[in-house]
Design a protein around this ligand. Structure first.
Ligand SMILES: Nc1ncnc2c1ncn2[C@@H]1O[C@H](COP(=O)(O)OP(=O)(O)OP(=O)(O)O)[C@@H](O)[C@H]1O
Ligand SMILES: [Mg+2]
Length: 271
């Protein structure tokens, strides 16, 4: 008798995909920064995005928050089209950009509420547009304490903080207000070992609070320490999604530089 073979279905829990992009294209004049980039962020992860300079990493996160030339983006399964980073923010997607992190001359509280200042109640706020500074200081203090950032004065200007603390303010600003996704572009660049670890700890706490994090980084030890999966960007496309537990840093660099071609990536490296 011919008995059909039953292949057991691997017991992989279905984790929802929070943010998904398909076939993103972004051109700057003659330069094609994104050339059909796909992207997928799961609900419970830190997804690292790695790639050489110019691979399209920063453009990817900008395209997720600013309209790309082509392609589609889904947030929690729903098709979205953000006209500006503010619209992305209102939808619960917070970005911390590589090129504009914090305003040094402003206080910690002012930085946290930059672009979403709280106004006084009633006439003073509605008509005279007066800010509720005390409330912003109180809320900032509570959010920072919640994230265990270790910065206690919300009225201190950011220029008086260390590089690591400044970066923590930038990360905390994104984390404190995000409802769906936190996207961080090179948050540990130019930081010492101790300060870099401080930011990594913060990222871990954000993930453990239930917010998925996209971490763009050139720092392989940091990526391997914290990432659940690694999205490799190359020439404006996704070259692979790797499992950091199954390959070495030099394996990942080989995929990133193209020394290992996508068709030669072993199945067990992929996530
Ligand atoms: N505003 C812009 N105007 C023109 N070209 C741009 C602009 N932004 C990015 N590009 C180009 O798009 C390509 C991808 O740039 P992108 O900033 O996304 O790279 P990246 O992967 O973030 O690099 P890095 O590791 O250096 O941060 C590059 O060739 C870059 O020169
Ligand atoms: Mg960049």
């Amino acid at each position: 008798m011919n008995v059909p073979t039953v292949h057991p279905v691997p017991d992989v829990p279905a984790v929802p995909v929070v943010l998904q992009a398909k076939n993103l294209v972004k051109r700057y004049g003659h330069v094609t920064a994104l050339d059909g980039m796909d992207f997928e962020l799961r609900a419970d992860e830190v997804l690292a995005v790695i790639g050489d300079n110019g691979a399209g990493k920063s453009t990817l996160i900008k395209a997720l928050a600013i309209v790309p030339d082509a392609g589609e983006i889904r947030l929690d399964g729903r098709l979205v089209r953000f006209g500006s980073p503010i619209e992305a923010r209102l939808a619960g997607v917070e970005c911390c950009y590589q090129d504009l992190a914090v305003a040094p001359a402003m206080t910690v509280a002012e930085n946290l509420f930059l672009g979403r200042e709280l106004r006084r109640a009633g006439f003073l706020g509605r008509c005279l547009r007066m800010l509720d500074r005390q409330k912003m200081i109180d809320v900032a203090g509570a959010r920072m304490a919640d994230l265990q950032v270790g910065i206690h004065s919300m009225t201190q200007t950011v220029e008086t903080l260390s590089g690591g603390q400044r970066q923590c303010v930038a990360v905390a600003r994104a984390a404190a207000f995000a409802r769906h996704v936190v996207i961080l572009d090179e948050p540990t660049a130019a930081l010492g070992v101790k300060e870099g670890n401080m930011v990594l700890e913060l990222i871990r706490r954000v993930r453990d609070k239930g917010l998925p994090v996209v971490l763009i980084s050139h720092n392989m030890p940091h990526v391997f320490e914290i990432a659940d999966r690694i999205h490799v960007a190359r020439l404006g496309r996704r070259a692979a999604v790797l499992n950091p537990k199954k390959l070495s840093m030099s394996d990942a660099v080989a995929v990133m530089t193209g020394a290992t071609a996508p068709e030669n990536i072993p199945a067990e490296w992929q996530a």
